[in-house]
Design a binder for this molecule. Structure first.
Ligand SMILES: *[C@@H]1O[C@H](CO)[C@@H](O)[C@H](O)[C@H]1NC(C)=O
Ligand SMILES: *[C@@H]1O[C@H](CO)[C@@H](O)[C@H](O)[C@H]1NC(C)=O
Ligand SMILES: *[C@@H]1O[C@H](CO)[C@@H](O)[C@H](O)[C@H]1NC(C)=O
Ligand SMILES: *[C@@H]1O[C@H](CO)[C@@H](O)[C@H](O)[C@H]1NC(C)=O
Ligand SMILES: *[C@@H]1O[C@H](CO)[C@@H](O)[C@H](O)[C@H]1NC(C)=O
Ligand SMILES: *[C@@H]1O[C@H](CO)[C@@H](O)[C@H](O)[C@H]1NC(C)=O
Ligand SMILES: *[C@@H]1O[C@H](CO)[C@@H](O)[C@H](O)[C@H]1NC(C)=O
Length: 645
């Protein structure tokens, strides 16, 4: 729901307008600025050094697997297991129950050029798809901020990969002269959670509320938010066991007072209510009821089917009347029932508000759901055909759709994450640093795609034609196994006895991959996928662009699908094939097998669809080529076994 976010935003804005901190002697409470990764505020980078260089300090951390033993937690936070055990009166070996709040003793120092109070730790990225934000918000529970991580690590936001070590500056602070004079010895960084109020926090640590407000430059009318750190000034060591007073069972946002007059004595976290600002209250009240009213309504209706809009800039679109082949909205609703429905807000969080940093390509974003990587694609209009196909398909070489979200006329599809992007990134990369795909990997990918198409044409129920196969719609996972994606144009294959062929006037596709009969007559048959697949095989062999611009090789500006005929015709065909092959392979391939592969590709791209083989035959040929490749290069066998297991 966007409404609560909107509410909090309004409140936040108002607070910052009304209550600008007047003193700078203590540390500024970071509040909602921390999750706003794209912006850097002074307070998000850390607590400013305003006193001694170094001091003893405490952090709090909520145990949750895998960080639920003194050693795993102290390892994460660069503390010591024995000090941690002492501080919490627990044994060094015990497993700590979930959600226990622990105090973690650390040394806080004023470091770096910018002079922030921080305690450094190191974190090795170990989950695919982790981002600065996920590390700050989830792994470190907001003890650090994405802004500080970005500022203190050399890696570009998009360059994070498993195995990198990040410097993690944990937020801490040392007492100022003024606080020391008042007898304050330590500042503890406490993580506010759902249901906490200023008074409940003060009770936990036995301190008075005013001292917390002072330490964080807050006023008594300010609001505090869950999942943000706050400094607690302590005159003694923190309690050995942190127990919260029985918190309300749920923590529903309190209804705003009916009139502006009744002042609330409790300062609730999450949906804060700024008391006394009558106008603001009325606005909030109006929005609140608007949201509430909306929530009462039945689940969001999907927009009526529209013409699918291709987000793909390569796509060549010819205008034509809309055919009535899109499924009814009834169809979507049915499809959608068996998939996870995501809340838009969860998608926002998982993609860091669809930030540039999380963008993979086009309208596809990398998402992280509690550390699990996924890809989120934004589509306009009717996406029922893609949803309807993918929700029924379970094949290792077809990208898995795990859920969706409909929000403001857009549909957000959540897919499994393909670590190595799409095949065309590897074949046609302009970056010379990209490692080149080996012969074995290429054969394997061709085999994977044939497997997927064979399934789609012959085993899926009902069978489908993909209609948009190209190297850009073949994704590669971490082991370079191919996964077919982009089912936006796919359609159900008509029964063959049934009146023969399907025709469309809605010709849409990517130049170079479209079969001649489709371009000329709008004829849709499984053989159009076979044609496109033939082109993909040629790309794998030659590394060339589908619409050639390699003028210097004498082949001129022509389609890859017609080039192959010249290569395999006449005399010296093996020599000509050598010249056709991707130079990046540097002769590290068996020419005989390459020849067989070029031959099958040539048959696939035959002008006459009846001369093209069925995909089941192509799959068989590629299976043979794959097993011969294993004999040719025994080393790849072990690679293959590793990736199969
Ligand atoms: C942020 O810090 C810089 C340098 O310390 C200071 O010049 C600037 O005024 C600060 N900005 C705000 C909004 O406090
Ligand atoms: C520490 O825990 C033990 C039992 O596990 C208890 O007897 C002891 O009183 C506790 N000490 C403190 C200081 O809380
Ligand atoms: C602790 O949390 C994890 C996941 O957050 C869960 O799998 C596990 O069952 C929980 N353990 C207990 C004892 O509740
Ligand atoms: C903490 O890390 C920062 C950034 O890497 C570095 O500049 C600083 O010297 C470190 N501080 C300590 C005490 O190691
Ligand atoms: C990110 O990666 C790209 C390509 O791998 C490289 O050119 C660039 O220098 C990297 N940026 C940083 C800041 O590491
Ligand atoms: C990260 O740190 C670990 C342990 O300190 C080390 O073994 C590893 O090589 C480091 N990785 C990188 C990429 O520096
Ligand atoms: C940060 O993490 C908390 C707890 O896991 C989660 O509830 C919250 O939504 C996250 N914040 C953002 C902005 O994603």
């Amino acid at each position: 729901m966007a409404c609560p976010t909107f509410l909090t935003l309004i409140i936040l804005t108002t607070i910052s307008l009304v209550f600008i901190p007047k003193t700078l002697s203590q540390q500024e409470y970071v509040g909602l600025k921390q999750p706003d990764c794209e912006h850097t505020y002074n307070s998000t980078l850390g607590n400013i050094c305003n006193s001694v260089d170094s001091c003893q300090s405490y952090l709090t951390f909520k145990s949750n697997p895998p960080y639920n033993t003194p050693s795993s937690i102290s390892n994460l936070l660069n503390s010591s297991p024995s000090l941690l055990s002492q501080s919490n009166n627990i044994s060094t070996l015990q497993t700590i129950p979930n959600d226990t709040i622990l105090t973690v003793p650390v040394t806080c120092s004023c470091t770096g050029n910018n002079k922030y109070y921080q305690h450094n730790s190191t974190y090795t990225l170990n989950i695919l798809g982790e981002t600065y934000f996920s590390v700050a918000n989830y792994t470190y529970q907001t003890l650090t901020s994405c802004q500080a991580l970005i500022a203190q690590n050399p890696y570009a936001i998009r360059n994070l990969t498993v195995g990198l070590n990040l410097t993690v500056p944990l937020r801490c602070a040392c007492p100022t002269k003024k606080q020391t004079d008042q007898g304050i010895k330590y500042l503890l960084t406490y993580l506010i959670s759902d249901g906490d109020t200023l008074s409940s926090i003060a009770d936990i640590f036995g301190v008075d509320q005013q001292s917390i407000l002072d330490a964080n430059e807050l006023s008594s009318t300010s609001t505090i938010y869950a999942f943000s750190p706050i400094s607690i000034p302590l005159k003694t060591e923190p309690p050995k066991k942190i127990t919260k007073a029985a918190s309300p069972p749920e923590s529903p946002p309190p209804p705003p007072p009916k009139d502006g007059g009744s002042s609330s004595s409790k300062k609730w976290v999450i949906v804060g209510v700024v008391v006394g600002v009558v106008v603001l209250l009325l606005v909030i009240l109006a929005i609140f009821f608007l949201c509430f009213y909306k929530r009462q309504q039945p689940p969001p209706k999907l927009p009526p089917p529209e013409v699918q809009q291709l987000w793909d800039s390569n796509a060549k679109k010819t205008t034509s009347t809309t055919q009535s082949w899109s499924l009814s909205s009834e169809g979507i609703r049915y499809a959608v029932d068996s998939l996870t429905k995501f809340k838009f807000q969860d998608l926002q969080n998982a993609t860091m508000f669809f930030s540039e940093e999380n963008k993979i390509k086009g309208s596809v974003y990398r998402a992280s759901f509690k550390g699990d990587a996924a890809a989120v694609k934004i589509l306009k209009g009717d996406v029922s055909s893609e949803i309807n196909i993918l929700k029924r398909i379970n094949h290792a070489n077809i990208i898995r759709l795990s859920g969706f979200c409909v929000y403001k006329g857009n549909t957000y599809l959540v897919y499994e994450f393909a670590e190595n992007n799409s095949l065309d990134d590897w074949i046609h990369s302009e970056d010379s640093n990209t490692t080149c795909l080996s012969w074995f990997q290429r054969v394997q990918i061709a085999h994977d795609v044939a497997d997927a198409l064979n399934y789609l044409h012959n085993y899926a129920n009902p069978p489908h034609v993909h209609k948009n196969l190209k190297s850009g719609s073949i994704l590669l996972d971490g082991k370079f196994r191919g996964k077919v994606s982009n089912f936006g144009l796919a359609r159900v294959m008509e029964n063959e006895d049934n009146e023969g062929f399907q025709l469309t006037r809605h010709v849409i596709g990517t130049q170079g991959y479209m079969a001649p009969e489709y371009i000329e007559n709008g004829l849709i048959t499984p053989k159009m996928d076979v044609f496109a697949f033939g082109v993909v095989i040629l790309e794998l062999l030659s590394g060339r662009e589908v619409v050639g611009s390699d003028k210097n090789n004498g082949l001129g500006d022509q389609l890859l699908s017609s080039t192959v005929n010249q290569v395999l015709e006449g005399e010296n065909d093996r020599e000509k094939l050598r010249g056709f092959m991707d130079p990046n392979l540097r002769d590290e391939y068996p020419l005989d097998l390459a020849y067989s592969m070029a031959e099958i590709a040539k048959r696939c791209v035959h002008r006459d669809l009846n001369s093209r083989p069925n995909v089941s035959e192509v799959f068989m040929v590629l299976s043979k080529i794959q097993s011969s490749t294993l004999d040719w290069d025994p080393l790849s066998r072990s690679v293959s076994q590793v990736s199969d297991s």
